[in-house]
Design a protein around this ligand. Structure first.
Ligand SMILES: NC(=O)c1ccc[n+]([C@@H]2O[C@H](COP(=O)([O-])OP(=O)(O)OC[C@H]3O[C@@H](n4cnc5c(N)ncnc54)[C@H](OP(=O)(O)O)[C@@H]3O)[C@@H](O)[C@H]2O)c1
Length: 322
């Protein structure tokens, strides 16, 4: 089968389209015929060596398709069932072996492409808005990179919970998309000082929570945008890592909370995975949550997909189609 392999850290050119042996599911595993694989920023970090993975490896953390074989002892899912999964390495391929307890069934009416687009970014947006800081009606939140993959979904889920959503984006085109996803106010953080704008838009009251996936260029100023006892949820670093941090700052800025969550810890049990995925895929099925698939590229063009992501050119989801 064909797969995108990494033999050593590097730029997008480190992604090699290769012929490798089709994997065989072992006990407790299933083989998924990948119909669509999601491209995520974590793939960039793993390709570049920022997050260490022993080489060689097949990249990709998210896919959807049909169960093509089941290993010994697997009762569910069944052969042929339409499934999706995330946080298992090896999705940039025609077939992937996945632990049976990590896959979820795709509901009727939700396509494999929607499933592949919703698992990592959708479940992330879900845990951020419903668990890390469980937004309540009337509360004000800031979503950085609001037209990004997680961003567009997070704006919508925050609105479903009745929050007031402020978003930041780099271009006017992205601003229109963020508004379409429900953002009440959109700040062009490449032209305006977002701290000044947040203070103006909240009449100085500040925000209950900031969902920050940008990191280096936004983190510090964000701390000055929070209301007393507000929460900084730093969940990514698309502009680079945040440097060393003095906890005393949290005291000075208003007894703030800081957390650095990751999806794996919010779908650690089968029950939590099923509950989150069930709600997200159910919202998609009922038209309450829109997944914006920005680009579909052939698997062989994975390097191009990475270039788009790193150059801030993606608006929503980028998929690879084997
Ligand atoms: N902790 C978790 O559980 C978790 C889960 C999923 C994703 N993440 C993280 O969340 C972040 C966003 O992920 P995503 O897949 O949804 O990506 P994305 O938002 O679709 O893409 C990243 C966006 O970040 C913004 N950005 C700002 N400065 C940037 C820079 N210097 N270089 C590149 N982009 C920059 C860009 O939006 P503008 O052009 O509008 O600035 C860009 O479109 C990533 O850091 C990812 O690792 C974390």
């Amino acid at each position: 089968m064909k797969a995108i392999r990494v033999h050593g850290p590097g730029g997008p050119e480190a992604l090699r389209y290769e012929e490798i042996e089709q994997p065989v599911p072992g006990p407790g595993q299933v083989l998924v015929k990948v119909e669509a694989a999601g491209v995520n920023f974590i793939d960039v970090y793993q390709r570049s060596g920022h997050y260490k993975v022993p080489v060689p490896f097949t990249l990709g953390q998210e896919a959807a398709g049909a169960v093509a074989a089941v290993g010994p002892g697997v009762a569910e899912p069944k052969l042929g069932e339409r499934v999706a999964y995330t946080t298992v390495l090896g999705a940039y391929a025609e077939y992937a072996v996945v632990p049976a307890d990590r896959v979820v069934q795709l509901p009727d009416g939700v396509s494999a492409k929607q499933g592949a687009a919703a698992m990592l970014q959708g479940l992330t947006a879900h845990y951020l808005a419903t668990t890390t800081y469980a937004l309540k009606a009337g509360e004000a939140c800031l979503v950085h990179a609001a037209a990004g993959g997680v961003g567009l979904l997070l704006c919508q889920i925050a609105k479903l919970r009745g929050a007031r959503v402020l978003g930041t984006v780099s271009t006017r085109e992205k601003a229109a998309l963020a508004r379409g996803a429900g953002a009440d106010e959109v700040i062009l953080y490449t032209e305006q000082d977002f701290e000044t704008e947040v203070k103006r838009l909240t009449n100085g009251a500040g925000l209950q929570v900031i969902y920050d996936s940008v990191g280096k260029t936004t983190f510090e100023r964000g701390l000055s945008c929070l209301a007393l006892r507000g929460m900084m949820v730093l969940y990514g670093q698309s502009s680079g890592p945040v440097g060393p941090f003095d906890p005393q700052v949290l005291n000075q800025k208003g007894s703030l909370f800081l957390t650095r969550p990751t999806i794996a810890h919010y779908i650690a049990t089968r029950a939590e995975l099923i509950a989150r995925a069930g709600e997200v895929l159910g919202w998609i099925q009922r038209g309450m949550l829109k997944v914006r698939i920005d680009r579909e590229l052939p698997l062989a063009q994975a390097a191009e997909a990475h270039r788009l992501l790193e150059a801030r050119q993606s608006m929503g989801k980028v998929l690879l189609i084997p």
